[in-house]
Design a protein around this ligand. Structure first.
Ligand SMILES: OC[C@H]1O[C@H](O[C@H]2O[C@H](CO)[C@@H](O)[C@H](O)[C@H]2O)[C@H](O)[C@@H](O)[C@@H]1O
Length: 562
């Protein structure tokens, strides 16, 4: 069957090792069954012998009539030929960790909260890793990518560095005064840009077909604000310029004509992949089996991987029919958050370039930010709702691939992402619009007893109601509090208190920090999606520490749920 050219092109091939481990993953599902099965475990395994010998041994395993290998035979094969996970990334004590850093969270006066914050701070030690020498010696035996400096992992099944998670990890490290660790993390990300042209979703070979929300420039700004390190700033610019190009060219770039006939450029998520995600290959295969033809399947695989690129995997936000994952159409959407992140990137690059006297870069990025601001206001802003809205791309009706704006194509549903432009300081000095956005957030239904819900649809997907995720809490809280409006700052503080409380109570109940929380109940962690809830957890820790640093906690404020 012939698919459109775009289905076939824009694919970055994966490695032979990943392809083989996907076969092991498939065999493991057949042999061990669905119960407790995590497909990612298999693509994180390493080789003990070279690949051809291993493949030969795997192909010789005896199979039953339906092609399955007995659980015993597979156990023996894995034990003999494959390395267990965690051998590739080994524990390392962070060089700048001290049990109680000087000047730690000065505004936290309540002793119970202070004790807990110090425990959260101590979790950096649990999550600190470095790439083992074995990976450096034989990279072809591992799916983990070599990185020079120590890393902080999110935790549990996420045994590698993640791109956008790293921003909130760094915010927490800065509150913990761990500047060297923070700098090491961004230097690692530069090396990925050097090699691939963009920061990968995560530091595994199977993540090389996509990125994640672009927040590297924001990391550099935060580190610079604390350390004044101009060498870091200077060294970051070539990487940031390369990353900027990635997001604003080729398949990521979309031209759209507004109602007045002016053309604008905005960006979308677009994974360079049209097969099942290797880390969830068996699951994607099952999802796509509901579709009748190969072209539809390829498009769905791309759209699922693109949802992973957005960081929102998965959500009704990307679906044409919210109860049907096969209708995920991420690449047909101009997302508010991606464009707000890119606007922030433009402003951040201009700020950084100014610090090191690169005036032509300053001029270029200041102009780019003005253009994007204009584009976002023409295409994504909705005055009646007081929100920016995701935009559904219809068919481009000109030969130059230019889409024509139509009011009906704005997605009128309220998502937490609709408020990300607050963080990009899009509203700087415009109090009337800020007020409108604050009212809109207040009446959106997204603010719940324990934080902000991602959407209002309860679909069972993990980026839907009733889940609230740490990055979006922080982005919206910080956006509100930096807007300069008294009412917005008060709302920011109110949400921060709810979020800190729920993290604290869940920690006391379960002994762990969680990747996501159920925002309808104070003290409850989140669920849904394709894997069991994870603990650890890099960005949850970072957000709590950053919020406690900003807002503090008075002596007499109760930390328990009401
Ligand atoms: O294995 C399934 C998916 O897992 C990751 O996504 C989730 O965890 C990440 C790490 O905390 C986080 O960045 C992301 O927002 C979460 O949805 C991974 O990033 C996906 O690519 C992967 O398919």
């Amino acid at each position: 069957e012939r698919c459109t050219s775009v289905d076939k092109s824009h694919v970055i091939p994966t490695t032979p090792l990943v392809i083989f481990l996907e076969k092991v993953q498939e065999a493991a599902l057949q042999s061990y069954g669905h119960k407790g099965f995590d497909p990612k475990l298999y693509v994180d395994m390493s080789l003990k012998h070279n690949l051809s010998l291993t493949v030969e041994a795997f192909n010789k395993l005896s199979r039953s009539l339906n092609g399955s290998i007995s659980a015993h035979d597979l156990d023996v094969f894995i034990g003999k030929y494959l390395g267990v996970v965690d051998e590739d990334l080994v524990y390392v004590e962070p060089v700048d960790y001290v049990a109680e850093p000087e000047g730690f969270l000065p505004k936290v006066k309540n002793s119970e909260v202070r004790t807990w914050a110090l425990e959260v701070h101590s979790l950096w030690k649990n999550l600190s890793r470095k790439v083992s020498d074995k990976v450096l010696e034989k990279p072809e035996f591992y799916t983990l990518l070599p990185l020079k400096n120590p890393v902080i992992i999110p935790g549990s099944r996420f045994r590698e560095v993640y791109y956008w998670d790293s921003y909130w990890v760094i915010r927490g490290l800065l509150a913990s005064k761990m500047y060297e660790t923070a700098k090491g993390i961004v230097t690692n990300l530069f090396s990925l840009i050097d090699q691939f042209g963009y920061v990968l979703n995560g530091s595994r070979a199977y993540y090389s077909n996509r990125s994640q929300p672009p927040v590297l420039a924001a990391m550099i700004v935060e580190i610079y604000n604390r350390t004044g390190d101009l060498d870091l700033v200077k060294g970051s610019l070539p990487a940031l310029l390369k990353e900027y190009h990635f997001w604003n060219s080729g398949v990521h770039k979309v031209t759209i004509q507004d109602a007045q006939g002016s053309n604008h450029s905005l960006s979308r998520y677009y994974a360079m992949w049209n097969k099942p995600r290797p880390e969830s290959s068996t699951i994607d295969g099952e999802t796509a089996s509901k579709l009748p033809n190969i072209c539809g399947k390829k498009q769905l695989y791309r759209d699922l991987a693109s949802a992973a690129e957005s960081g929102w995997d998965f959500s009704s936000r990307w679906m044409r029919n919210q109860s049907d994952l096969t209708t995920t159409s991420t690449t047909s959407i101009l997302p508010v958050d991606l464009n707000a992140f890119l606007l922030k990137m433009e402003l951040d690059i201009a700020f950084l370039a100014n610090l090191v006297g690169e005036s032509s870069i300053v001029a270029h990025f200041t102009e780019a930010s003005q253009n994007r601001q204009k584009a976002m206001n023409c295409i994504l802003w909705n005055t009646e709702m007081g929100q920016w809205l995701d935009y559904w791309l219809g068919n481009s009706n000109t030969s130059e691939d230019i889409y024509k704006w139509e009011d009906l194509h704005q997605n009128k549903k309220s998502f937490a992402s609709n408020f990300v432009p607050l963080w990009a300081e899009l509203l700087n000095s415009d109090d009337i619009t800020t007020q409108k956005v604050v009212q809109s957030l207040k009446s959106s239904g997204l603010i719940q007893p324990a934080g902000i819900a991602m959407t209002l649809s309860n679909t069972g997907q993990q980026w839907d109601f009733p889940n609230g995720w740490p990055p979006l809490q922080h982005i919206i809280i910080e956006g509100l509090s930096r807007s300069g409006l008294e009412e917005a700052r008060a709302l920011a503080e109110d949400i921060a208190v709810r979020w800190i409380r729920t993290n604290y109570v869940a920690y006391k109940k379960t002994g762990a920090m969680h990747e996501k929380y159920d925002v309808t109940k104070c003290g409850a962690y989140g669920g849904g999606g394709e894997y069991v809830p994870q603990t650890g957890f890099g960005w949850a820790n970072g957000v709590v520490l950053a919020l406690l640093e900003e807002f503090g906690w008075p002596e007499d404020l109760k930390i328990d749920c009401y």
